[in-house]
Design a protein around this ligand. Structure first.
Ligand code: ZN
Length: 442
């Protein structure tokens, strides 16, 4: 396949090369050639007037939550109150709810340019399994990093979730081993890498946090959780653990280049240094932080200190949208609110959304356009109304389309002329709406 005549290619290579009037050849899931006037192939795609970027990378999501967007009781609540409104609804989910909601979330990400996403699933009611979301991603064709989440401290032990949604810690660890053995592929070009992800320090014990880290290192998989999300979170850590979240993480083995934490809105200077020194990554979720009033993450300070930062749309119940390029725009705008108009450029925002996310997820084979890298490409039509009059197509986060024209994952065209090719999306949307209706009437 030859993609021809792109108006501009943003490579996201080490020096940030931008290539005008350029072609890309794809072969066997990888980028085989990049250059001007390449020899034509049997199959060509005209990209005249288009911007091509590496596929965007989403480092934090709870795909199942796309079934509980804009739930009235949770619309205006803070984090803990919001969770308590939603737990009883989520406890009625089962395998089909997990599958369908995952496909909706994945389709929404793809249409907004995403080619690689992680997911954090931490509740397994009524026979639901991580395998349900893995099957959903395989069918739609998304490069997927599902994480096996967990909660073990229920209401009767002083925790937040109802007892019906928590699991025994031994069963959690056993199932982590099962899903890693069944689905994790460490090879270059992998379409599925599994991670281990207790929900948060306030929903599992200190023992489980420590054992999860040991297990992940033993299996060679990554670790993920929520950390330092808001002021309540910091207060809880100081009260229950007698230390700040960064210290708690470090004590239990939760720092290193195989670890990434979601949010980190409230990291202080010492914690930022710790993350930079240890290679610990951050999933920055600006819309969720705005939506739940959590605050503005110190992304400028993190980047300046050398912390790896990627973007996350977070669960669709706390965003409530799942459009990744808009998330990138929000991250750029939010740094400017605090620090001024020169705090983050549109180019830097897009770099965080692509290369940054790939680095957080440990994917040196993704996140840039170069020969030998995976063929994960987002093609943006700059002739649409959103970009009419645009002087700089590279400034996609200032003005540009918010959905792709075409999307390639592992060389496969999964979005074509704005439509998902691998599943019947209108049918899946109808099924999701039916399920939301049933849940709202219960
Ligand atoms: Zn989250």
């Amino acid at each position: 396949m030859l993609i021809r005549n792109a108006r501009l290619i943003l490579t996201m290579d080490d020096v940030g090369s931008e290539l005008p009037d350029c072609d890309i050849r794809i072969k066997g899931g990888v980028i085989a050639q990049v250059g001007q006037g390449l020899e034509t192939s049997d199959e060509t795609l005209d990209a005249q007037g288009c911007l091509i970027t590496p596929g965007l990378v989403n480092t934090h999501h709870h795909l199942y939550q796309s079934l509980t967007r804009a739930v009235p009781g949770g619309q205006d609540a803070l984090l803990f109150g919001w969770l308590q409104t939603l737990y009883p609804i989520w406890s009625r989910f089962g395998p089909e709810e997990m599958f369908v909601s995952a496909q909706i979330g994945l389709a929404e990400l793809m249409l907004s340019g995403c080619t690689l996403t992680s997911d954090h699933l931490y509740l397994f009611p009524n026979g639901a399994r991580l395998d349900d979301t893995i099957a959903a991603a395989a069918e739609i064709g998304m490069r997927f990093h599902p994480t096996r989440g967990s909660m073990s401290i229920g209401e009767s032990d002083g925790g937040l979730p109802p007892d019906s949604l928590v699991e025994q810690e031994s069963a959690i660890l056993e199932d982590c081993v099962r899903v890693i053995d069944a689905h994790h592929d460490a090879a270059e070009g992998s379409m599925c890498r599994v991670g281990v992800a207790p929900c948060s320090p306030f929903s599992v014990s200190r023992d489980l946090m420590r054992d999860a880290a040991l297990l992940a290192r033993d299996k060679g998989v990554m670790l993920h959780t929520h950390l330092a999300e808001n002021d309540e979170d910091i207060a809880y850590s100081l009260e229950k653990f007698g230390c700040r979240p960064g210290q708690y993480a470090e004590d239990l083995g939760w720092t290193g280049d195989d670890v990434w934490h979601a949010h980190c809105v409230k990291l202080d200077g010492q914690e930022i240094d710790l993350f930079a020194r240890s290679g610990t990554g951050v999933a920055h979720c600006p819309c969720s932080n705005c939506r739940l009033g959590s605050g503005i993450a110190p992304v400028r300070a993190m980047r300046d200190a050398g912390v790896k930062v990627g973007l996350g749309v977070d669960g669709s119940a706390s965003n409530d949208a799942g459009n990744l390029v808009l998330e990138a725009r929000q991250s750029m705008l939010l740094q400017r609110v605090n620090l001024g108009a020169d705090a983050m450029s549109a180019r830097e925002g897009l770099r965080i959304a692509t290369r940054g996310g790939a680095e957080v997820l440990g994917r040196s084979d993704c996140g840039q356009i170069a020969v030998g890298k995976r063929a994960d490409l987002a093609i943006w039509d700059m002739s649409r109304i959103e970009a009419a009059g645009n002087w700089d197509p590279a400034a996609l986060l200032l003005a540009g389309p918010t959905q792709v024209r075409d999307l390639f994952i592992e060389g496969r065209r999964v979005v074509s002329s704005g439509h998902i090719t691998s599943i019947d999306l209108p049918k899946t949307i109808a099924r999701q709406n039916q399920m939301a209706q049933v849940l709202s009437e219960a």
